[in-house]
Design a binder for this molecule. Structure first.
Ligand SMILES: NC(=O)c1ccc[n+]([C@@H]2O[C@H](COP(=O)([O-])OP(=O)(O)OC[C@H]3O[C@@H](n4cnc5c(N)ncnc54)[C@H](OP(=O)(O)O)[C@@H]3O)[C@@H](O)[C@H]2O)c1
Length: 287
């Protein structure tokens, strides 16, 4: 196992993870539905991630649905002692590939048990309550849903809780009920609505885990990003990941890829050091 991935480690509650993690969503089929075209290739990416020293994998039983969890189990079970798997509940899939909310107590209990079963675990390390919808966070109360997860945590089925796709108000509401160890929201070089939130969470020692760190289904593209990458003789994706690691110590990376070559490229790229001139140029991208 590699002792030093870029960014070092972070502690989620009492669980130490590498700040460079892996997001498993893209391992399912197109639009995160069905099995991957290359089953063995998907297993190879997961195994390589762990061999390269990654100890944080992000998933959800809605991916596929169930496919991504099953691939993780097939590739890595019995899991290495150091590996932490974070999952999400709060949305399911419909037959058209949509992500309808499923946040009633029964839905959440079912989803936690499904994650335990598909991942082959007795306890889930980290469960994020996924809020809002595909358009982003939406104002809605979270108490009933979050209390359901706290109850499952008290039953010993969940170690730590987080929230995802959440507004600052929802984060405050959840924290008044029980501690959270992370917030997983959309954030990247071009999408910085959570800047203030990231700094507030850092002060409270709560991790911020940006989803779509590379732009997700629409990869980041910008002339400033390309210019900085060209000057540093690297790729735009490397700059985007290095920028996130430098942005704040509480940021954990979970970039997705279905390619071992991209995985290795991303790990190498995230270790890049960006200077003041680069950062100033990249700030022009902020949206
Ligand atoms: N909480 C939520 O609501 C939510 C929503 C979305 C995602 N997530 C989580 O966030 C994780 C990351 O999001 P994501 O995977 O959708 O988006 P992402 O990490 O921003 O981007 C992944 C895309 O970038 C491409 N890519 C990766 N490395 C590359 C490289 N070096 N060069 C060129 N292309 C590269 C991948 O294609 P290749 O396969 O070809 O490498 C893939 O299409 C997911 O895996 C999931 O766990 C959470």
């Amino acid at each position: 196992m590699s002792p030093s991935l870029p960014g070092g480690t972070w502690t989620l509650g009492d669980l130490t993870v590498t700040r460079f993690g892996y997001g498993a969503m893209q391992l399912a089929g197109p639009w995160v539905m069905g099995p991957p075209a290359d089953h063995d290739g998907a297993l190879a990416v997961l195994r390589e991630a762990v061999e390269l020293g990654i100890t944080h994998i992000d998933t959800a039983d809605a991916y596929g649905p169930r496919i991504t969890n099953q691939l993780i189990r097939e590739a890595l079970h019995p899991y290495p002692e150091s590996l932490r798997i974070a999952t999400k509940v709060g949305a399911i899939r419909d037959e058209r590939g949509g992500w309808p909310p499923a946040r009633r107590p029964d839905d959440l209990r079912r989803a936690v048990h499904e994650n335990l079963e598909t991942l082959g675990l007795e306890v889930l390390d980290l469960v994020n309550l996924r809020l809002g919808n595909a358009e982003g966070p939406q104002p809605e109360p979270v108490a009933e849903a979050f209390e359901t997860l706290v109850d499952l945590q008290r039953q010993g089925l969940i170690r730590h809780l987080g929230v995802s796709n959440a507004t600052p108000e929802q984060i405050t509401e959840a924290q008044a009920i029980a501690p959270i160890v992370c917030v997983q929201n959309m954030y990247n070089l071009a999408h910085r609505h959570d800047d203030e939130l990231i700094d507030e969470l850092a002060e409270k020692n709560i991790a911020y885990v940006p989803f779509f760190p590379l732009g997700g289904f629409t990869p980041l593209q910008s002339s400033a990003l390309s210019a900085v990458a060209a000057r540093l003789d690297t790729t735009p994706m490397s700059v985007a990941l290095a920028w996130l690691l430098q942005r704040s110590p509480n940021i954990l990376l979970i970039p997705g890829t279905s390619s071992t070559a991209h995985l290795r490229e991303n790990i190498a790229g995230a270790g890049l050091s960006l200077g003041d001139e680069d950062l100033a140029e990249l700030d022009k991208i902020a949206g």
